[in-house]
Design a protein around this ligand. Structure first.
Ligand SMILES: CC(=O)N[C@H](C=O)[C@@H](O)[C@H](O)[C@H](O)COP(=O)(O)O
Length: 238
């Protein structure tokens, strides 16, 4: 853990207790602007993170090791770090490589999230998990279904997220996957509700269903998407 990280207590268990204190029942804002859009810039992302924390978010999710390092300089709240890649030979996009884990550790991420779906992948998820823990960070598994979430929890992931539900086949649903969330929350201690929680009511529903915390991205930090929602509503009603 680097200076500035809120979770400075030695040992993963102590860090987890600290996360439980800070994050449990709360909002995490994913600050991932539309790629190559006008907000896709390290300084802008730091400001989005600061604005989210001012509004009451308890942690942020940041993509890219250099960007995590920049945000780390400006905030003490917990950072969930990921690296996204488009690989030629695997559909796994979120933190697929060992070098991504190492770079996120150096950048000062408190939590490192990896795609934990059971798909063709360049590095076994077990090895990524070991490296995250060896580096002193908390490990989060981005999952798509009960089977991969259970497998990730059995491997020893500290947090399991519904992040990838709806994204492993062609058609993306419009609603969050409440069923998966409720089912996992009955079985595991730290389940992150993530994916299409686009309104405050939906986020509150996630906590009611037993989520440890809820991560919201698009509805807060992708202005293009939110503007398009409004525009579509106006067009369909005129
Ligand atoms: C599927 C995938 O790649 N999800 C990504 C994971 O980091 C992000 O693109 C999402 O924005 C994030 O999970 C938050 O979800 P939402 O933007 O729906 O609130």
């Amino acid at each position: 853990m680097t200076e500035g990280s809120l979770c400075r207590a030695p040992g993963r268990e102590a860090r987890l207790r600290e996360l439980d204190r800070i994050v449990k029942g709360g909002l995490i804002v994913s600050c991932q602007p539309v790629e190559n859009g006008p907000l896709d810039d390290d300084e802008v992302v730091l400001r989005l993170a600061l604005a989210a924390l001012s509004g009451g978010a308890s942690a942020v999710r940041i993509e890219g090791a250099a960007r995590v390092a920049r945000v780390r300089q400006g905030i003490t709240a917990p950072i969930i770090g990921i690296v996204k890649r488009d690989l030629a030979d695997s559909p796994v996009r979120i933190t697929p490589l060992m070098e991504d884990v190492q770079a996120l550790l150096r950048a000062g991420a408190d939590v490192i999230a990896v795609d934990a779906t059971e798909r063709v992948r360049p590095v076994p998820v077990r090895e990524l998990l070991q490296a995250i823990h060896a580096g002193g960070a908390v490990a989060m598994a981005d999952c798509s279904c009960l089977a991969d979430a259970r497998a990730a929890a059995a491997l020893g992931f500290d947090i399991v997220g519904t992040t990838l539900s709806g994204y492993t086949s062609d058609e993306v649903p419009s609603e969050p996957d409440y069923e998966l969330l409720a089912s996992l929350s009955r079985q595991l201690p730290r389940v992150m509700a993530e994916g299409r929680y686009n309104t405050p009511e939906q986020a509150a529903q996630a906590i009611q269903l037993g989520a440890w915390a809820v991560t919201v991205g698009t509805a807060i930090t992708r202005t293009e998407a939110v503007a398009a929602w409004f525009k579509t509503a106006l067009e369909t009603r005129s």
